[in-house]
Every structure is written in structure tokens, then in C-alpha cells.
Design a binder for this molecule. Structure first.
Ligand code: ATP
Ligand code: MG
Length: 336
């Protein structure tokens, strides 16, 4: 499965993985044939709830776990070809940073492991430390580092050897807003230089701000890979109406025009499917004694798409009609 005929930087095809239970020989399949791919210069987000299988997939990509079946290719080479790992940077979910080493020593050690030439290693270590805002801590033992500082050190290690493919398991975990901004800028800069980035996260706004596409995984299966541009097109032509003073039951005659209805206290929040229907809905609201507070274009967030996918609330018949709409807004949708 290659898009556009170009070679994918990362290609995961039908990966399955089972784990044996602690107490029995029965094994449980946690990945049921996971497939997706990322192209050069792309940022692909890996989005899914706890236990969905993100870390397991990432470990398989890195060759730290062996898949039961399926395949992984990096730069067109199979997993068995480890030479390609030189071009890959990796941030584990819980990076282990040797506590008795200073940050500089740790990064120098990583540079040596990655065969960074000795004459550039020292300056490269300084460079990544300062990129991650750790220059003041360069000569401290990492034992005393805070969670966010360790995360920054882990990221410094991941980008040290200027990888062409960066694989990050929850890169924003434990970071304060400044740290998040720093990491976001670093990733966008790398993308600008043609690098490919694959990262998992629960932080939807970070994902929304960074990714070209998001791969949504649930219960060990990819439900959907969605382009961020596509997410915004999903709601194209839909209109949001906020109104007050009208019981939801009054809406029955126009309910067919609605993509979703949410109630938040006195206010009702409607998403009308098409611009042409807005006049009828507004008129109906006025006739029912409602006060219309706001009418505006609807832009679903990645969060709404995510929640819809996770809750399995895609409206199938609408999909088959060639239009994709999402039902099932989280309640309190009027807070925007
Ligand atoms: N070594 C293991 N032995 C047994 N089960 C495992 C093992 N590693 C992971 N699992 C199970 O596989 C499933 C997926 O776990 P995984 O760590 O990949 O999820 P995740 O999507 O990374 O979750 P989180 O968001 O919490 O990091 C879970 O049900 C987990 O219990
Ligand atoms: Mg995980």
C-alpha cells in the first residue's frame, strides 16, 4: 500500500502481536493487523486511548518486539535490515537516562553509540542541550532532574544524530507549556528540513497543531488515518447555531436537518448539515419562542473527530452518500 507511487519512509503492514498472560499459557492478541505509512517530510500522529497498542506498535517498528505476522519497512528496507536504524531517532515512552552521568556525559555516550564523529560530537551535544533549553544543566547528574527535564534529555538524545526518521512515544508527556512549545518548534523545524516524524500523543491540540495526518488506533486496530486538511473539510458547509429558551422536543420537526444537537443548561447547540437549511431552522427556532444567540460556520476539531471515531458514532448512511459528517458531539458543545 503505497500512496502516490513514492517510497514511504515508514510502512507498517498488517502487524499482529499477541502477549502471553502471566498466569496462563493463553495469549491475547493486542494488535490485530495494524497498517499505516508515513512519507518523507511528513508528520504522522498516532492517536489512541490508553492500552490501544501505540507503544507495542512503536516497539515493533524499532525492532524491540517481534511481530507475530505482518511487516515493517523503513526507507524501503525490511525490519531485519538493521543498518537503516542509523537513520532513526527514538524517544521511548519512559526514557532511561543513566542517573549517575551528567547530561553532557549521557549525550556524549549516546553520540558515541551512534558513531557521531568525535570532532563534531561535543558541539552537537551542546547544540541539542541548548535546543531543549537544558544548557544550564549540562554538567549536572541527571539523577536530580525533574520529569520534564528527563523528557527533554530524552528528546535531545533522539535528535542528536540528526535522524531522517524520528519516532517519539508521547513526546509531550511531562512537559510544561514552554517545553511543549519548544518541542513543537523543534519538530516543525525538522519537518521543514525534510525529516519524517511519527509520534504518539494524547494531547489533541498538540497533534492538531503539528500533524499532516493522524492515524487513529483503538483496541489494537487502526480505525482511520485522517488528513488534518480533511478534518477541516469534514465540517465544510455545516453551520452551528446557539439558541436559548426552547425545549429540545420543539426541534423534532427540523431534527432531520441537524448533524448534532447538544444541550448545555439553558442553551442548545445545533449543527445544521447544510447552509441552505439554516433559514428554516432559525425560523423554526423563532416560531418556538427561542432566542438565537449565534450562527457561525462549523469547524470540527480533531477532538470531535477522535471522539466520534472512538465512540463509533460515524453515521454510516451519510458516509455512503459520499458526505462525511460526524454525529455525537461531546455535550456542552456550546462552550466555544
Ligand atoms: N509485555 C506485555 N505483556 C502483556 N501484555 C502487554 C505487554 N505490553 C503491552 N501489553 C498489553 O497490550 C495492550 C497495548 O499496550 P500498549 O502499551 O501498546 O498501549 P498504548 O496505546 O501505548 O497505551 P498508553 O496510552 O497507556 O501508553 C494493553 O492491553 C497492554 O496491557
Ligand atoms: Mg504507550
Amino acid at each position: 500500500m503505497q500512496r502516490g507511487g513514492t517510497m514511504e519512509v515508514l510502512q507498517v503492514d498488517g502487524v499482529k502481536k499477541s502477549f502471553r498472560g502471566d498466569m496462563s499459557f493463553a495469549s491475547r492478541e493486542v494488535l490485530h493487523g495494524v497498517s499505516f505509512s508515513a512519507g518523507a517530510g511528513e508528520i504522522l500522529g498516532f492517536l489512541g486511548p490508553n492500552g490501544a497498542g501505540k507503544t507495542t506498535t512503536i516497539k515493533i517498528i524499532l525492532g524491540l518486539l517481534r511481530p507475530d505476522s505482518g511487516s515493517v519497512q523503513i526507507f524501503g528496507k525490511p525490519l531485519a535490515d538493521r543498518s537503516v536504524m542509523k537513520r532513526v531517532g527514538y524517544l521511548p515512552e519512559n526514557p532511561y537516562i543513566y542517573p549517575h552521568l551528567t547530561l553532557s556525559e549521557f549525550l556524549r555516550f549516546c553520540a558515541d553509540l551512534s558513531d557521531v564523529p568525535a570532532n563534531v560530537a561535543a558541539s552537537r551535544v551542546r547544540e541539542v542541550s541548548s535546543l531543549l533549553g537544558l544548557e544550564e544543566h549540562a554538567n549536572r547528574r541527571t539523577k536530580g532532574f525533574s520529569k520534564g527535564m528527563l523528557q527533554r534529555a530524552g528528546l535531545a538524545q533522539a535528535i542528536l544524530d540528526e535522524p531522517d526518521l524520528l519516532i517519539l512515544d508521547e513526546p509531550f508527556s511531562g512537559l510544561d507549556p514552554i517545553g511543549r512549545k519548544t518541542v513543537k518548534d523543534i519538530l516543525l523545524d525538522l519537518k521543514g528540513r525534510g525529516k519524517t516524524i511519527f509520534f504518539s500523543s494524547h494531547i489533541l491540540p498538540d497533534m492538531e497543531a503539528l500533524c499532516d495526518r493522524a492515524c487513529i488506533i483503538k483496541d489494537g486496530a487502526v480505525i482511520r488515518t485522517v488528513g488534518l486538511a480533511e478534518v477541516f473539510r469534514i465540517g465544510e458547509g455545516m453551520v452551528e447555531i446557539t439558541a436559548r429558551g426552547c425545549p429540545v422536543s420543539e426541534l423534532d420537526p427540523v431534527s432531520g436537518y441537524m448533524d448534532s444537537v447538544a444541550v448545555n443548561g439553558e442553551e442548545i447547540f445545533l449543527v445544521v448539515r447544510k447552509r441552505e437549511l439554516v433559514r428554516t431552522v432559525v425560523q423554526h427556532l423563532y416560531n418556538s419562542g427561542a432566542e438565537v444567540l449565534n450562527v457561525s460556520n462549523h469547524h470540527p476539531s480533531l477532538e470531535e473527530v477522535f471522539m466520534s471515531e472512538i465512540n463509533g458514532k460515524i453515521t454510516e448512511e451519510r458516509e455512503s452518500a459520499g458526505i462525511q459528517h460526524y454525529a455525537g458531539h461531546a455535550t456542552g458543545g456550546g462552550e466555544r
